[in-house]
Design a protein around this ligand. Sequence first.
Ligand code: ANZ
Ligand code: ZN
Length: 817
Amino acid sequence: EAGYDVHAVQEKWLPVWDEIAPFRSGRPDDARPKKYVLDMFPYPSGDLHMGHAEAYALGDVIARYWVQQGFNVMHPIGWDSFGLPAENAAIKRGADPVKWTAENIEQQRSSMRRYACSFDWDRVLHTSDPGYYHWNQWIFLQMFERGLAYRKDSNVNWCPNDQTVLANEQVVQGRCERCDAVVTKKKLTQWYMRITDYADRLLDDMSQLEGAWPEKVLLMQRNWIGRSTGAHVHFAIEGRDEPVTVYTTRPDTLFGATFFVVAADSDLAAELAAGTDAQADFEAYLETVKQVSEIDRLSSERVKTGVFLQRYAINPVNGERIPVYAADYVLADYGTGAIMAVPAHDQRDWEFATAYGLPIVQVVQSPDDFDDSAAAYAGDGPAVNSGFLDGLRKADAIERMVAWLEEKDLGTGAINYRLRDWLISRQRYWGTPIPIIHCPSCGEVPVPEDQLPVVLPPTDGLDLSPKGQSPLAAAEDWVNVPCPRCGGASRRDSDTMDTFVDSSWYFLRFLDPSRTDVAFDPAQAREWAPVDQYTGGVTHAILHLLYARFFTKVLHDMGLVDFEEPFTRLLNQGMVGMNGATMSKSRGNLVRLSDELETNGVDAVRLTMVFAGPPEDDIDWADVSPSGSKKFLSRAWRLSGDVTSPVGVDVTTGDLALRRATAKAVDEATKAVESFRFNVAVAKTMELVNAARKAIDSGVGGGDPAVREAAEAVAIMLSLVAPYTAEEMWERLGHEPTVALVGWPSVDPALLVEDTVTCVVQVAGKVRDRLEVPPSIGEDELRELALASPAVVASLGGAGIRTVIVRAPKLVNIVPA
Ligand code: ANZ
Ligand code: ZN
């Protein structure tokens, strides 16, 4: 018999599957219950790599499993095709982004087909398609009308040398990633989405996801939203009419507020400094502050700096004059941008007070073993030096102080969020144009719905390199339009949207990507959505998932969907690396997927990915064995060739031990798949192949119906992971394609009940005990059981043992010394 030719098998089955289209979902006459299984869609930036191979192998196990379980599974794929990869190719090589994107998509699509992903090829989409981003624009306008999309000034990172806006990731230690110039800040008017309006719902609805999303992801989302409770306290400032409000989580420490700090880069700081002797110092300081990143500013390691503004605030609780500083450890856009500093109980304030010789007053009693002179005490304890709070512990003191502030109109209880509104403006070409027209008389005017989509102008003649302004602003024919309201000369908004907008609702567009009249059909959404199972990388644990959750709630409030959470269950797969490092071209440790597929074939690569460990664990490609996978698949294939009983033979007459082994393997693999332990399911399949092989070789023979039953179960279980091998086995077993649709093997529960045999235990030839043991029990285990029998121990009466003769499972004979 010739060996198993993986490449020939691939060539053979691909066209057959194209013909059958086993994973087409939502045919009108399809009575199966529905399930929506989604893998995060890729950027079309080159061919598929090892990371894709892992992600799509795992997602495929889930989708194919639910199909075998009789569900009408929607498992679509698309491309997140706006964004930097295409734009950079355009800038570097003059490639037309439209063409570049189409070519990359075509390459990935053909690789995905060969990789046997169970995608529904009738539902593809890509986000740079005007038919798609039309609906980004429509949703944006809905949000604009509801006040959820708005413009405001914001400080962006700016490279004065390249005249370029930089993303945070492009600022390396305060310098431009490309030219090393010191990065400064520049004010630009930008579009935002008001996600902060949804902060509470985004937090509270996480209770629905408990247990169904990885705990780690829920925690990251919670921290990102960062809800804290405390108080707003109003401080009078000498020489200023209006008081300044601070946000504090510790109103109980108000008696210990010995100075006051405003964010150096806030408007308030500039106002307070104006006209004082400190103004020049302040302005010099501000220049240095502009060069520090937000992360560095918050770092506890950094030496605290600031400038005394020659002004005083009044502590409302005791009337004390406290100095006002401008410093960079207070952020302009968090809380109110001003703080009451309590150096005894806040470490950052403590460091600042120590550096500037400011008083430190204990207002919470620290434990005896705490050294107050070395650090701030942030823990709980009775209030001291705090008038009417003295003796109260933290929670009570906070409550009392808030009541006092409210009564005196000096403050209120308050909730604060770390979450900021979502800045969606990009001064980039390759994104969704913002559908707003700026009219000198009417202001911000939405593009009328019947004029959507606003399609990107061609790149010809445009300079796409990043500048302070979008390249679209230079497309004169495109940008100059009459105002839809008054007809006057106006300009289109030239910014494009953050690509995270595209991916915030794409799962709904899959319902019918060709619809031209609506973004999606609410009736179809009711049938299919939310997504039952979402799979993707943990790199998207915060932003993408948070934005998609936000969009879903907005669409819910618009009455377009009846659910509030988009992804019912979430699986984050690990990463594929090499010797502990992430693979990358620059590290020179890149394993090329195409090479692996050439050497071992699609199935072996998929099987290796799935078998490497639990899906959420990282895979070290140096530790796994695709050639071992290939060998196993060949063994499975050989098994199907050894079956000589006919299709449909009555399996109940087959060898009972093998039938039990099959039932057990299927049962355990089922439980493993449902709990995401796909590697265990593979292990069970391997065990079953071994058991069947043993049965054939040990005299049960290939003609026994139990061997057919086992081989068919192997083929079906393998269809989730190694579809080519499974199909080939299925055919060799005498069936028509496709094994993907035959249904998960059912298990006769009677076969799972392990029956027992009676084992006789003799001591010196006399029967002393009878044990009920499984027929498959091993010698060692049986010896141990027999020696532990109380009857045996008693009859030995402390005597030593000369030998133990074990004839598993029926007899143990103990010979005393
Ligand atoms: C007085 C105080 C006393 C504070 C104390 C803490 C401990 P979270 O929990 O992160 O919300 N803060 C407020 N606004 C700030 C800003 N714009 N930049 C930097 N720090 C700011 O933190 C809230 C606490 O962080 C606030 O409570 C304030 O310091 C500080 F023993 O006020 B606290
Ligand atoms: Zn107008």
